[in-house]
Each structure stands twice: as structure tokens, then as C-alpha cells.
Design a binder for this molecule. Structure first.
Ligand SMILES: *Cc1c(COP(=O)(O)O)cnc(C)c1O
Ligand code: SF4
Length: 355
């Protein structure tokens, strides 16, 4: 019925009805309760009713992202919890200063759904990781480092904080004159789009230039709800980007990735990065080969709008930073000409003429 107004549940109520115990999980999905318990003992689970409703079948791409897998506690590769050296590169707790002019500022350890492949598994859902004191220390650090012109507000998910706390943090960052831009990294438009309200979008407007990078991994995450959330933020004048993680069994084929990138443009989100997953303990079962990522990039470029071709990034172990991986197009560099292949694989001669 067109004019019937349903009372929609508040995002906090949705979050409060999340599946967090092995017993709850077993009552809803066909899982092994003991195995789920072993995983949850190490890494917390939270599947809110909205994200849960997107699961269509056991082990589908939504399930894989949200439901604990016993492989998380196998550790055959002896991987680190922090392979990118984020902790050594944090001059104060929860503020990563790796690059010259920008920092990642972790203001929340909570998320609307705990992604099983999370690169910050060591921190998310852990109580007392982020406190008022770590936030104050981070603000003081940014204040006293004039080279910082770009602050990436991240977590966890900053949008799990209340509007008041978010506004307070943003006011404090905006009061620092050398900060030019603020970016917010949030998965909420995908995992709990009900959190994006008119009030939130209206409040964020006061802090321009403000950018949001969100995080979608599969076309079936693009729903009427997530579309409404992204449109609300875009209507507030906030350019929206997407950081997708390449995940085995979720989005590691050119067909799925192309559909995702195209659908993102339809909800006014510009694909920014596809991340090769980081070598984090407990996430190995999600890892594809970098060749898989290169093949996907090769089947995007030229085959669809350049707007939906992001960069494919690999984050170097030890904190070396992100580097793009790009398919080879230059086949051979001769003295007078280069041989270059196009997106269809045809070879062209490009004459080297210098002015
Ligand atoms: C990814 C990242 C950034 C931001 O990198 P951009 O390429 O500017 O988006 C900044 N700091 C750290 C520690 C990062 O991991
Ligand atoms: S939303 Fe981001 S920080 Fe939170 S669990 Fe997922 S990947 Fe990790």
C-alpha cells in the first residue's frame, strides 16, 4: 500500500537484536555450534538482522563474510595479527601515521557486523581499545603535527558512535587549522544502512570538505536500503567512494566484480580501491592469488566505464604502504616504438616521437 507508514526499527534496536552467541546462530542457520563457539571465543561475532536477511543460502557470499568459520582459528601460516605494522607506526594509541601528510584515526572498535576477514581482527569488538583518553591523545597529536592535512576517521566503524559523539570529534578535528580534508571510513551504508539518517547527513554537512569511503563486497549487498543510505549522504554533498576487499568465494571472479562496480555507480558511489586482502592471522581462507586480482582488473579496464575501474592495491608487509598492481599492457619497449596490447588483446605499435 502506498500510503501506509510502517514504524521502522531504530538502528540501535536492530543492532541490539544482533546474533552474537553460538546458540543463537545454531537456532537460525545450519552451523556446527561447537566450532562456532571456538571461533567466537577468539574473535567476536555480530550479525545484525538486516545483514542476516541478505543471506540466501549456506556459504553464499554474504554468509561467508558474516558467519564464523573454523578456518579462522587454524594458523598454518603463522601469520601476524598486525602484518602491516600499524601498532609500531602508531605514535599514540589508535592513530596510524605511516604517510607524510595523512593519518588514520581509530575512534571506534565497534562495527554493525564483524567481517570475518577483517584486517583489524586484533582490535574490533574488543572492549576498552578506544577510550575518551585515546581520542583526546589522537586529537592532540594531529594538533601538534602541522604536516597532517588529511585525517581518515576510521575504526571499527565511526558511525557506531552516536551523532553527538561523532559531531564532537569532527568539531575538534575541524578546529585544527592545518587539517584540510576529513575522510570517514564506514561500512555502515552496506551492513546497517538504517544507521544513515537525515539527521546524521545534515550534521556531517557542517564539516566539508568531507569525503566518505564505504565498503561493499558483493552486488547482493546493494539493496533499496543501502541505496537510500548512499543517496542521502551523496545528497549532503559528500563524495562517496568504495574500498572493496578481494575475497575468495565472495567476489573473486570478473563477472561478480564488474557487476558490483557497475551497481556502485548506480547508487552514486565511485569505486576507489579493490584491496588485495592483508596477510592477517585468521583470514587465510579468504586469500586469492594476486593473479586473480590482475585478471579481474584486465577484464574491467576497457570492457566497462572507466568510472567503475578502481585501483587494485596491495598493502606491503611491515608498513611499506599501498602500491597499485596493474596488468601489463606494454609488451615490449623497442628503441623507436613500443608494442602495446589493448583491452581485447590486440597488439598495436606506438611510435616514439619526441618533440
Ligand atoms: C590506506 C592508508 C592511508 C590512506 O591511503 P590513501 O592511498 O591516501 O587512500 C593512510 N594511512 C594508512 C596507515 C593507510 O593504511
Ligand atoms: S566493518 Fe571494517 S573494521 Fe569492522 S569488521 Fe568489517 S572490515 Fe573490520
Amino acid at each position: 500500500m502506498f500510503n501506509q507508514k510502517k514504524a521502522l526499527p531504530h538502528w540501535n534496536d536492530l543492532l541490539g537484536s544482533s546474533v552474537v552467541t553460538a546458540d543463537q546462530l545454531e537456532s537460525l542457520l545450519s552451523v556446527n555450534r561447537e566450532e562456532a563457539q571456538q571461533v567466537i571465543d577468539r574473535y567476536p561475532m555480530r550479525i545484525n538482522p538486516y545483514y542476516l536477511s541478505l543471506i540466501r543460502a549456506p556459504n553464499d557470499p554474504i554468509w561467508k563474510q558474516a558467519v564464523p568459520d573454523i578456518a579462522e582459528i587454524y594458523d598454518h601460516h603463522r601469520l601476524s595479527d598486525d602484518p602491516l605494522s600499524e601498532e609500531p607506526q602508531s605514535p599514540v594509541p589508535n592513530l596510524i601515521h605511516r604517510y607524510p601528510d595523512r593519518v588514520v584515526f581509530l575512534v571506534s572498535a565497534q562495527c554493525a557486523m564483524f567481517c570475518r576477514y577483517c584486517m583489524r581482527k586484533r582490535k574490533v569488538g574488543v572492549p576498552f581499545v578506544v577510550t575518551d583518553e585515546t581520542i583526546r591523545q589522537g586529537l592532540r597529536y594531529i594538533q601538534s603535527h602541522k604536516e597532517i592535512r588529511d585525517v581518515i576517521v576510521s575504526g571499527g566503524d565511526p558511525f557506531l558512535l552516536s551523532d553527538e559523539v561523532i559531531s564532537d570529534i569532527l568539531k575538534n578535528i575541524r578546529a585544527i587549522s592545518h587539517v584540510e580534508i576529513i575522510r570517514i571510513h564506514t561500512r555502515v551504508p552496506c551492513t546497517l544502512p538504517q544507521r544513515i539518517t537525515r539527521e546524521l547527513a545534515e550534521m556531517l554537512k557542517a564539516f566539508h570538505p568531507m569525503y566518505i569511503n564505504t565498503h561493499f563486497n558483493h552486488p547482493s549487498e546493494i539493496t533499496p536500503e543501502s541505496s537510500a543510505a548512499c543517496n542521502m549522504l551523496a545528497d549532503a554533498g559528500i563524495p562517496m567512494g568504495c574500498q572493496t576487499v578481494l575475497l575468495k568465494g565472495v567476489n573473486d571472479t570478473p563477472e561478480v566484480m564488474k557487476q558490483l562496480m557497475q551497481k556502485l555507480l548506480m547508487i552514486r558511489v565511485k569505486p576507489y580501491y579493490i584491496h588485495h586482502p592483508d596477510l592477517v592471522r585468521g583470514t587465510m581462507h579468504f586469500h586469492p592469488s594476486p593473479e586473480t586480482g590482475l585478471k579481474i582488473m584486465d577484464e574491467l579496464r576497457g570492457h566497462t566505464s572507466g568510472l567503475c575501474v578502481p585501483q587494485y592495491m596491495i598493502d606491503l608487509p611491515g608498513g611499506g604502504g599501498k602500491i597499485p598492481l596493474i596488468p601489463e599492457y606494454v609488451i615490449e619497449k623497442k628503441k623507436k616504438k613500443w608494442l602495446i596490447r589493448n583491452y581485447e588483446g590486440k597488439i598495436f605499435e606506438y611510435p616514439l616521437v619526441e618533440g
